[in-house]
Ligand binder design. Structure first.
Ligand SMILES: Cc1cc2nc3c(=O)[nH]c(=O)nc-3n(C[C@H](O)[C@H](O)[C@H](O)COP(=O)(O)OP(=O)(O)OC[C@H]3O[C@@H](n4cnc5c(N)ncnc54)[C@H](O)[C@@H]3O)c2cc1C
Length: 426
């Protein structure tokens, strides 16, 4: 059995390892345009953050680690064509041109950064970050620059703003509505914003109108205001990279991602697709969703890897969003649906808030009409992952919150302990 995986992000690496672990005799090859180790992709670090999840099992993705497990990794190699009839993949890399045969093919080609088509958006000094090679190139170019605009306030926009602040740059964040609008409830978003250092200039409810400059970026116009900047970084998300899938005539879904079933199989039974390039059915509503998140790509990769070599198991947690980051000395955890994403797939939800003032921790719990916990968010100065893990456990098992409440906040547990020991406290 020959398995060829295109892509070496969390989706491709997890798929290759899962195929190898499930089928020791399979011949598994990963082809990637990247010249660096998948470890260094921003999303890959995500899998290390939640030690109790499946993610840890596929966390060592270096080419050496994969090769030790007899997965061949072809770095700096581009797939230039695929033929479904002869089941062959044409590649071009450091060793020239070659053709690989496959029995099963797994596409994990990722996403393409979205940049709004505004005047000046192609000027030198306008950047997007997709992988570490981009990041280090951009880092060199930013060296002599002092004022930078970051457009977008998702995880990657916030991470980027923080790094630029540490480099001593004047940072302007251009935020269309509010921080992490899709992932966080409004009060959580405000809580996060309150923790951003004042040295970062936040332009909320603002969109860039145009970028100005004679031969390179000199200013950005935001809601009519002219901000003088040396560079603009668009951190405005990705669209599925379906170029190869489309060239093969695979079915593309209504949201623009490759259509897959619950085993990540495409419209061709010998081709699977995972990660940012696909759209999947939300398990609660059955409606299609795009979920360009490292943990989802890794879980989908595991599913495709196992299924491609004949495994029958269907993991139920592939679509479960699990994001953790520590930005501006704050733990941010997002699990499952927010009220915004649940509404987008037609699920009515209510949100309960939970606060532990002794630990300056806030959580939002998203509950469906049956009382099941379908998602949650945590903002905390530290140990946010602990509460995030409690939420994850309940979302994974579809627990009814009333029957399996979260641990009481520490101050309530302390009060109970003192009352049990010394009698009622007034
Ligand atoms: C700056 C930044 C920060 C992020 N932070 C987080 C985070 O904190 N948490 C989180 O969960 N997610 C984060 N993400 C998102 C996460 O990185 C992605 O969801 C994840 O990488 C998607 O994995 P993937 O396997 O689908 O594709 P990718 O990781 O995008 O990999 C695509 C692969 O396909 C290969 N490829 C494409 N076309 C070809 C071809 N023709 N030939 C050969 N190879 C090809 C590329 O070389 C690459 O290896 C971040 C993303 C960015 C850009």
């Amino acid at each position: 059995m020959k398995v060829v995986v295109v892509g070496y992000g969390p989706g491709g690496a997890a798929a290759a390892l899962a195929a190898r672990m499930f089928s020791p005799k399979a011949d598994v090859t990963v082809v990637t345009e990247e010249t660096r180790d998948a470890h260094q992709k921003p999303g890959a670090s995500m899998a290390l953050e939640f030690p109790d999840t499946e993610a840890l099992r596929i966390a060592d993705w270096s080419p050496e680690a994969l090769r030790k497990k007899r997965v061949d990794v072809l770095l700096g190699t581009t797939v230039t064509g695929i033929d479904r009839e002869s089941k062959t993949v044409k590649i071009e890399g450091p060793k020239g041109k070659k053709t690989l045969k496959y029995d099963k093919l797994i596409l994990a080609t990722g996403g393409v950064p979205k940049v709004p088509k505004i005047p000046g958006s192609t000027l030198p000094g306008v950047f997007t970050i997709q992988d570490m090679s981009d990041t280090s190139e951009i880092g060199k170019k930013l060296d002599g620059m002092s004022k930078i605009a970051v457009v977008g306030a998702g995880f990657s926009g916030l991470e980027t703003a923080e790094r630029l602040m540490h480099l001593g740059k004047e940072v302007h964040m251009i935020v269309r509505s509010r921080f992490m609008r899709r992932q966080l409830e409004e009060p959580m978003s405000s809580e996060l914003r309150a923790r951003v250092p004042r040295s970062i200039h936040i332009h909320a409810e603002s969109s860039p109108d145009s970028i100005e400059g004679a031969s390179k970026v000199e200013a950005i116009l935001v809601n009519g205001e002219r901000l003088e900047v040396d560079a603009v970084l668009f951190m405005t998300g990705v669209a599925p990279n379906t170029e190869l899938a489309e060239s093969l005539g695979l079915e593309i879904g209504s949201l623009g991602g490759v259509s897959v079933n619950e085993t990540m199989q495409t419209s061709d039974p010998d081709i699977y697709a995972v990660g940012d390039c696909v759209e999947m059915a939300d398990p609660l509503s059955g409606k299609p969703m795009l979920l360009p998140v490292g943990s989802v790509a890794a879980r989908a990769g595991r599913q495709a890897g196992v299924s491609s070599v004949g495994g029958k198991k269907v993991y139920g947690d592939t679509m479960l969003r699990l994001q953790y980051d520590r930005i501006f000395d704050t733990d941010i955890v997002c699990v499952g649906h927010s009220s915004t994403t649940s509404k987008s797939v037609g699920i009515d939800s209510t949100v309960q808030y939970f606060e532990d003032p002794t630990e300056f921790t806030k959580a939002a719990l998203v509950v469906d009409q049956k009382g099941r916990l379908i998602g949650g968010q945590v903002i905390a100065p530290r140990m946010g992952a602990r509460l995030g893990y409690e939420i994850l456990e309940r979302v994974e098992t579809g627990a009814v919150l009333k029957e399996k409440p979260l641990l009481k906040p520490r101050h309530e547990r302390l009060k109970e302990h003192l009352e049990n020991t010394f009698g009622p406290i007034r």
